[in-house]
Structure formats: C-alpha cells, structure tokens
Design a binder for this molecule. Structure first.
Ligand code: ADP
Ligand code: MG
Length: 221
C-alpha cells in the first residue's frame, strides 16, 4: 500500500517561501485508485514527484509497501522507481528516434536490457492499447492519443506497484481523453497496480474514481 504521512514541501525564494504541499496525509490500499483535482499551482505535480521518489519532502514520510524511498541511496532509489513505479506525464516523453516497441521497453533498458519475457510483455501491452500493428512506427508517425497510449504501455511494462499520471490527457480532445483514461484504468487493474491520476478534467477524474480536491497545497477533507 501507499502511505503519506504529514507531507510538506516548502520552496524558499528571494520573495518569500511557497508551501507547495502542506500537511498531506493519505493512504491507498493495494490496487486502489485516486484522482486528484485542483487548480494550477495547487501543488499537484509537486505531490506526485514526492510520491514518485523524484523529490524529497521538506518533512513527513512517504512509504510504498513499507519502503521509504528517501531512506535509500541514490542508486537504490533509482532502481526502486524503475521497478515499482510507472510514470505517465502530460508530455509523453517518448524517444523520437525509437520505435513504439523500443519506447515501451525503455524501463527494461535502464537495467541492462529487456529479457525475452519483457519483450513479450511489451508486445502484448502494445496490442492491448490497440497499437499492435504500429510497433515499428516512430512517435512522429503517431497521433497524440496514440503516443500517450505508448507512454501508458511503457509505464505498465514492469507491472509496477504504483502508476502515477500527471495530467495524462491534458493535450487530448475529450473523446480521446476518455478512451486513454479507460485504458490506463483497465491496464492498472490488470497489473494489480495502484493508480494516482492528477487531472483538470472532471470526466477523467470520475472515470478514475476516488476523487480528492487539492487547494493551496492541501487535500480537502
Ligand atoms: P500544480 O501541479 O498543481 O499546477 P505545482 O506542484 O507545479 O502545482 O506547484 C505548486 C506551487 O509550488 C506553485 O506555487 C509553484 O510555483 C511552486 N513551485 C513548484 N516547483 C517549484 C520550484 N522548483 N521552485 C519554486 N517553486 C516551485
Ligand atoms: Mg502540475
């Protein structure tokens, strides 16, 4: 499970500090889902980065299956992220020179190469997101929705315990957004992964379920 205990993140600047995340406590059971909605600047991306082991909180504790990533050294934390967490961002961050399949396999390459099993899973995931026939295509040959589906397949490659998505449909029209959200939810369920989605879109949040609102760094009760 995922546990956040009194997470705070303060940014200090020349013109005073910003408390981007202010005393957030949350729990998500295994396989659970959470959608976080809130205006721009309310701290959603900062919170997701903290949960994802990308940026330490100023205070408080985050644990995934009992492991606090910020107690690990940098190499162990990178391995923890790569194995246990899948990320989907608003920008798909695909490698332009690599095929759809190679992009899906990127999380395996980070640890020395894709095993036969992982390549098979990558192929299966691309089929599952409706891109089986496009696996040798480059990102530039795919539509925005298709690229985001590749990014989803990549996030799920290692059946991570936790999938984090930051405005995953922010650049898609509402119909494509609904389809992409449905795939993200279905694949997370099939992998038994917890899913946390940050979104502006009430339709997307409703599809994910477990909607919480964030405002001025705080999650509303
Ligand atoms: P959201 O994703 O909800 O739009 P963010 O988490 O990106 O919000 O930002 C929350 C607040 O923290 C904003 O006021 C933002 O300006 C501030 N902030 C985010 N990152 C930094 C940073 N690296 N340095 C200073 N302030 C930051
Ligand atoms: Mg953001």
């Amino acid at each position: 499970m995922l546990q956040l205990d009194r997470i705070r993140r303060q940014f200090d600047g020349a013109h005073g500090g910003v408390r981007a995340v202010d005393d957030v406590s949350l729990e998500l059971p295994p396989g659970g889902r959470l959608a976080i909605m809130g205006p721009s600047g309310s701290g959603k991306s900062t919170l997701l980065a903290i949960v994802g082991g990308l940026e330490p909180p100023t205070s408080g504790r985050v644990t995934l299956d009992g492991v606090d990533p910020y107690l690990l050294d940098a190499a162990a934390r990178a391995a923890f992220r790569n194995r246990r967490i899948g990320f989907v961002f608003q920008e798909h961050h695909l490698l332009d020179g690599c095929t759809a399949l190679d992009n899906v396999l990127v999380p395996a390459l980070a640890e020395g190469g894709a095993s036969v099993d992982l390549v098979a899973r990558g192929v299966l995931l691309l089929e599952r997101v409706g891109l089986g026939a496009r696996r040798d295509h480059l990102p530039g040959e795919l539509s925005g929705g298709e690229r985001q589906r590749v990014a989803i397949a990549r996030a799920l490659l290692r059946s991570p315990r936790l999938v984090l998505a930051d405005e995953p449909t922010g650049q898609l029209d509402s119909r494509t957004a609904a389809a992409v959200t449905g795939l993200l939810c279905d694949l997370a369920d099939e992998s038994g992964s917890m899913l946390v989605v940050v979104t502006h879109d009430a339709g997307v949040a409703g599809r994910v379920g477990g909607v919480r609102r964030m405002h001025d760094g705080r999650i509303e009760p």
